[in-house]
Ligand binder design. Structure first.
Ligand SMILES: [Zn+2]
Length: 80
């Protein structure tokens, strides 16, 4: 989704799918952890521009149940 780059004066989140960046320093600490805000902003960007945020979150559960269901269904179908 993104990589984290440490620069001399700030931490920068860099999108892996385009050149979009979020600078941790550009977020206001008074509103909460600026690093968390930057991560959230990058997640929003990924979801809006690349459609990955919501998908990534649901992958662990859906992959497990989905894969199991698909596999057993396939086995049943071929078995019969
Ligand atoms: Zn991007």
């Amino acid at each position: 989704m993104y990589t984290i780059s440490k620069e001399t004066d700030s931490i920068v989140l860099i999108c892996r799918d385009c050149s979009h960046t979020e600078r941790v320093n550009s977020f206001d600490e008074r509103l909460g952890s600026s690093r968390t805000q930057a991560a959230r902003a990058m997640q929003d960007h990924s979801r809006e521009k690349h459609g990955v945020g919501s998908v990534l979150k649901s992958i662990p559960k859906s992959l497990l149940s989905h894969g199991a269901v698909v596999t057993s269904q396939t086995n049943n179908l071929t078995g019969k």
